[in-house]
Design a protein around this ligand. Structure first.
Ligand SMILES: Cc1ncc(COP(=O)(O)O)c(C=O)c1O
Length: 397
C-alpha cells in the first residue's frame, strides 16, 4: 500500500529535495504529536506563527463562536463584518495613534504587495529601497524587494526601480531621494539569521523618508505579536513610527491572515482612481479575524510578552557550546551560527530524533533557528538546550 509519505512526495508539489517530512497527527500548546504517538517540542512555532502555542483554547473558542454565525460573506471591504471591525479597532488601540486604518489580507506577501502599491499610489513615485538579505515574501512584488539575488535571478524581469542597500549601513540610506516611494525594512531580519536592526539606522531611514516624502514600510511579519518582547518590535525604539506596518504570521494564532496598517489619509489613496486599489476575496476572513482577536487579547491579558526577554537570556545561557560560533537575534527569535549547513542539518535531525524540532534560515544557511511559541516554560527551555548541546557534541565527533 502507498504510504502517506510516498503520496506526500508524489502528489504534493515539493519546495526542496530535503523537506523535513515530519508527519503530525495533532498539535497542542508547545507540542506536536506524530501518528505513532511521539511527542515533539516545537522550537519553531510554524515559523513564528503559533506565538501563543498550538490550538490555544481561547483561539478555538473564538473560531467556533464565529463559525456558528458566519464564515465568508463577501470580498473584503463591502459588508460590515464585526470580527474585522473589532480587530481593526483593537489593533489601532495598541499601535501608535497615527496607525489608525487597517487593510486586512491573507498573508505576509499579500500585505507587502498592498503596502508597496499603497506607497506608489500615495506618493505618486515608483522607486523602492529595500535591504540586502531581507525577506518579504514570494509573490512577484515581494520577490522583487527581497535581498537575495539567488532567489530573485531566475524570475526576471521583476519590478523596476528597486535599489538594495546593505542592512544597517547608514551611509547607504543616501539611496532614499526625491523619487523614492518607500523603503521597506525589518526590525530583525527574519531570514538572514535574525540580524537586529541598529536603532540609528532605523531612525535615519525615518528622517530621510520624512525629508523626501517617501513612506517607511516596516515589515513586522515575524517580529510582531510579542516575539521580540514587545507587542511590536518597533515599540522598543523611541520616536520611531513607520508610515505603514505589515503584519501576518503570529497574527492569526494558526489561521491565515495578514494586514497592512497606515494612517487613514494615506490608506485613502486605494479607494479612488481607480477604485478598489487592492482587491482581496478572502482578506480579513471573519473566522481568521476572530482568531486574531483572541490572540491579541491573550497577549494583552497575560505576561507572555514581558517574559520573553528572560526566556531569551535562558536560551543564550543554556546554548553555549564550542560548535556555536555566534548568536544573533532578539527575544524568542534566535539564531545559532555553526560552521556549515551540513552541521545545521545534522543537528536538526539529531534533535528531531530526540523529540525537538528546530529549523534553518533561507539566507544564512549555517545557522540553526530557534523561535518557539512564547509560552515555552523554563524547564522546556532547559531541556531544549540540553538536547541541542548533545546534538552538537555528537556532530563534533
Ligand atoms: C519578514 C517576513 N515578511 C513577509 C513574509 C511573507 O509572509 P507569507 O509567507 O505569509 O506570505 C515572511 C514569511 O516568512 C516574513 O518572514
Amino acid at each position: 500500500m502507498t504510504s502517506i509519505r510516498q503520496l506526500f512526495l508524489a502528489r504534493q508539489a515539493q519546495t526542496t529535495n530535503f523537506p523535513l517530512g515530519l508527519e503530525v497527527d495533532k498539535a497542542e500548546g508547545m507540542y506536536l504529536y506524530t501518528p505513532e504517538g511521539k511527542k515533539i517540542l516545537d522550537l519553531i512555532a510554524g515559523i513564528s506563527v503559533c506565538n501563543i502555542g498550538h490550538r490555544h483554547p481561547s483561539v478555538l473558542r473564538a473560531i467556533s463562536a464565529q463559525m456558528d454565525k458566519y464564515m465568508h460573506l463577501m470580498v473584503y471591504g463591502e459588508y460590515i463584518q464585526s470580527p474585522q471591525v473589532k480587530l481593526a479597532q483593537a489593533l489601532h488601540k495598541v499601535l501608535h495613534p497615527t496607525l489608525d486604518n487597517v487593510y486586512f489580507v491573507n498573508s505576509g506577501s499579500e500585505a507587502i504587495e498592498g503596502a508597496l502599491k499603497l506607497a506608489k499610489r500615495y506618493t505618486g513615485k515608483t522607486d523602492i529601497v529595500a535591504c540586502e538579505r531581507s525577506y518579504h515574501g514570494s509573490s512577484h512584488g515581494a520577490l522583487s524587494i527581497i535581498g537575495d539575488e539567488s532567489f530573485r535571478q531566475n524570475y526576471r524581469p521583476l519590478l523596476p526601480g528597486i535599489t538594495h542597500i546593505p542592512f544597517n549601513d547608514i551611509s547607504a540610506l543616501d539611496a532614499i531621494g526625491p523619487n523614492t516611494a518607500a523603503i521597506v525594512v525589518e526590525c530583525v531580519q527574519s531570514e538572514s539569521g535574525y540580524i537586529v536592526a541598529d536603532e540609528d539606522f532605523l531612525l535615519e531611514a525615518r528622517s530621510r523618508c520624512t525629508k523626501y516624502g517617501a513612506l517607511l514600510i516596516l515589515d513586522e511579519v515575524q517580529t510582531g505579536f510579542g516575539r521580540t518582547g514587545q507587542l511590536f518590535a518597533f515599540h522598543g525604539i523611541k520616536d520611531f513610527v513607520p508610515d505603514i506596518i505589515v503584519l501576518a504570521k503570529g497574527m492569526g494564532g494558526g489561521l491565515p491572515i495578514g494586514a497592512f496598517i497606515a494612517p487613514r489619509k494615506i490608506m485613502a489613496a486605494l479607494k479612488e482612481n481607480p477604485i478598489l486599489g487592492h482587491i482581496t476575496t478572502f482578506g480579513g476572513n471573519p473566522v481568521s479575524c476572530a482568531a486574531s482577536m483572541a490572540v491579541l487579547e491573550e497577549l494583552l491579558k497575560t505576561n507572555m510578552v514581558c517574559k520573553v526577554p528572560e526566556k531569551e537570556i535562558r536560551f543564550r545561557k543554556g546554548l553555549q557550546h564550542p560548535e556555536i560560533l555566534e548568536v544573533q537575534g532578539k527575544g524568542l527569535m534566535l539564531s545559532f551560527r555553526l560552521s556549515s549547513f551540513e552541521k545545521v542539518q545534522k543537528t536538526m535531525h539529531l534533535c528531531l530524533e530526540k523529540g525537538l524540532v528546530t529549523d534553518w534560515f533561507l539566507f544564512e544557511q549555517n545557522a540553526l533557528r530557534v523561535a518557539p511559541p512564547l509560552i515555552i516554560t523554563e524547564d522546556e527551555i532547559d531541556w531544549s538546550c540540553k538536547i541541542i548541546r548533545e546534538a552538537l557534541d555528537a556532530i563534533r565527533k
